[in-house]
Design a protein around this ligand. Sequence first.
Ligand code: FAD
Length: 310
Amino acid sequence: MTTLVIAEHDNKELKGATLNALAAATKIGADIDLLVMGVDCATVVTAAQNVSGVSRVLVADHGCYGEQLAENVALLVAELGVDYRHVLAPATTHGKNVMPRVAALLDVSQISEIIDVLSVDTFKRPIYAGNAIATVQSDDRVKVITVRCSSFDAVAQADSVSASVVVLPQQHDAGLSVFVSASLAVSDRPELTDAKVVISGGRGLQNGDNFSLIYAVADKLNAAVGASRAAVDAGFVPNDMQVGQTGKIVSPDLYIAVGISGAIQHLAGMKDSKVIVAINNDEEAPIFQIADYGLVADLFTALPELESVL
Ligand code: FAD
């Protein structure tokens, strides 16, 4: 019994989310093959070989996988998947794009965003925006699974190469999509989903310019910056900063919510944070019910004070 894990990467670096998905695969208890699909991705392959617990790195290094278009890579994953009992990917934007296609091609049900592995066929996953946890048992021959990264501690990367490499000849071009361009936000700050500290702003910030108060504190704490959906919908900040049910799921050591009321859809994205701090001028705000530390204050006074003492 072997498990196939899909590597997340940008043809240069193996992304941290892969290490969390591998931790879930390790809990299943089988040998692990890690699949790297891309083009000119030799550095990723070397990094993949160094990951603890990986037996083999399967490499499909062809132009048709260069941008990892879901239509193309899903064909390869499904073709390989028939020989595995489990196929796992991180529940990132990429994983969520690819894995439903894989499940459909294999004619099985996807098991989405698992947060725990109870046995080879039984998993825990959140439902109702994280307000209930379902225990799901699957009889499918191949279990196609996405993994909530914040629920599994990343496996280690070793210094020495241990996994062997298998080069795959298959070149699948579905002919359904063409990569045109990517416009990526560039930031010196830590990635929101990887950061140890996250500070998020909500509608209480009133406009995008006032987010400079959040950035100033974030710079002092080497924190990533997030936002509520209300702040995103109002155009204060871009939507890749949204934390919550329909945004990113984070579980940093410290989460600071500023001018955020604490709607359940926001809590769904951050309530697993180890320490939660809330700054809000309404002492009745629901965010205080889950906060470890609450400051009832005007954020326009509290944030500059916080920045000055850091
Ligand atoms: P508000 O609820 O308006 O709260 C603003 C807060 O700022 C208030 O508590 C107020 O007291 C405080 N405040 C105002 N001025 C100050 C000041 N000067 N100093 C200090 N505090 C101040 N939301 C998400 O965040 N993420 C999601 O992924 C998400 N997904 C959703 C999915 C669905 C299907 C639906 C229906 C909703 C979703 N929402 C999501 C929206 C969610 O329900 C809330 O509307 C949203 O989280 C509210 O954002 P907010 O807390 O910034 O705004």
